[in-house]
Design a protein around this ligand. Structure first.
Ligand SMILES: Nc1nc2c(c(=O)[nH]1)N[C@H]1C(S)=C(S)[C@@H](COP(=O)(O)O)O[C@H]1N2
Ligand SMILES: [Mo]
Length: 374
């Protein structure tokens, strides 16, 4: 018997996500629900840092302000964005910077994501680059600062819940979008509608939802989410649990390579005598490409290379499949290991422990059984 859907998920038309927090709402997608090439909205993870903005806000009245180190301050409606700039659609991965955090020990601060703080949707919008070119960057322009309409957890609307930014080089990539649609529908409110940023390959926190302002700064932005331990990782390996002390930190930019197994699901039973197991999933690698995915049934003693599909565009995930030979009935754990275009692969052991638990890309393992338990 399946349990009733969690009421907060039912209220927002979501599928069986795992709710990690209710206020603010945070929910991740079980890997076996990430089996579609394009993640449906109903299965797309949710991460909110503050309260939700007023859902009654009129999309027609929405304006985005672009100011700071620009020649001309712009105030643009959604209609202005559509009319003045080329509209583009890309399928791109959005992944929380803390995805994989729960595998670190000792437990790092923050939401205990397994591998499901990720989704890959078709985002439609205009390139931030085109808008910044229309505004004209001054020679001092160095960094963006993002603001959304959601108030801070305390409800104080003068404090942004989150305000991150990126070097202008990343902002000027064609794939960095001001998105107003997701999977061909107007951008859903919960995912930042009517307007959000999508900054692919980098931590999801840069992809500001309910976007109202982009301030171009002459220095690195210092809003909530930019300072202290937020989205920063040590510049040298720490022992698990080690105090950061005086070790310098760097801002986490490109996310590390990761893969998930979307079928078979965990704890599934396959008929006795099954000698071929079809396995499939997805892999992605931040700013890089996925070069290979290998799958093992025996803890890495033997590996089977997976067949990869060609991504639709840069930052799309790579879907993969493999047929594994099953030597005998019994219990197994399937592991998938992706390797990026720089030859970096995923570890078996959760590595790179850091105080806030960013970028833990340990392999996904799925326990299964062939034949019934003795
Ligand atoms: N305005 C606003 N934008 C935000 C956030 C937020 O709390 N407020 N959370 C960020 C984080 S940490 C992530 S991982 C992504 C999640 O996007 P999603 O909820 O559409 O999956 O949104 C980002 N954009
Ligand atoms: Mo996030």
């Amino acid at each position: 018997m399946t349990e009733p859907l969690h009421p907060v998920l039912a209220a927002c038309d979501k599928d069986r996500l795992a709710v990690l927090g209710e206020t603010p709402l945070v929910a991740e997608t079980p890997e076996e629900l990430l089996d579609d090439e394009t993640t449906p909205v109903s299965r797309f993870f949710i991460r909110n840092n503050g309260l939700l903005p007023d859902p009654a806000l009129d999309p027609e009245a929405w304006t985005l302000t672009v100011d700071g180190e620009v020649e001309t301050v712009l105030r643009l409606s959604l209609a202005d964005l559509r009319q003045r700039f080329p509209v583009r659609t890309f399928r791109m991965v959005l992944e929380c910077g803390g995805n994989g955090r729960s595998f670190l020990s000792p437990r790092a601060e923050g939401n205990p994501w397994t591998h499901g703080g990720v989704g890959c949707a078709e985002w439609t919008g205009v390139s931030l680059r085109d808008v910044l070119q229309a505004a004209g960057l001054t020679p001092a322009a160095a960094h963006t600062a993002h603001y959304g309409a959601d108030p801070d957890k305390t409800g104080d609307s003068t404090i942004p819940s989150l305000s991150r930014g990126m070097p202008v080089e990343k902002a000027l990539e064609a794939h960095t979008l001001l998105a107003f649609a997701m999977n061909g529908e107007p951008l859903p409110f919960l995912h930042g509608g009517p307007l959000r940023l999508v900054v692919p390959g980098w931590p999801g926190s840069l992809s500001q939802k309910w976007l109202t302002r982009i301030w171009i700064r002459d220095r690195e932005h210092d809003g909530p989410g930019m300072t202290g331990l937020s989205y920063r990782v040590p510049t040298q390996p720490l022992a698990p649990g080690q105090d950061i002390g005086g070790i310098p930190l760097r801002i986490l930019e490109s996310m590390p390579v990761r893969s998930i197994i979307s079928s078979p699901g965990p704890e599934t039973s396959h008929p006795a005598g099954t000698r071929n197991l079809s396995v499939r999933g997805a892999a992605w690698a931040g700013d890089d490409e996925v070069n290979a995915v290998d799958v093992t049934l025996d803890g890495g003693v033997t590996w089977t290379p997976a067949v990869l599909t060609t991504p639709l565009n840069r930052y799309d995930w790579t879907r993969w499949r493999a047929d594994l030979a099953v030597p005998a009935d019994g219990a197994y754990t399937v592991h998938a290991r992706a390797t990026d275009s720089q030859g970096r692969a995923q570890p078996f052991v959760p590595s790179n422990w850091n105080p806030n638990g960013y970028g833990c890309n340990v392999m996904h393992g799925v326990p299964i059984r062939v034949g019934s338990a003795p």
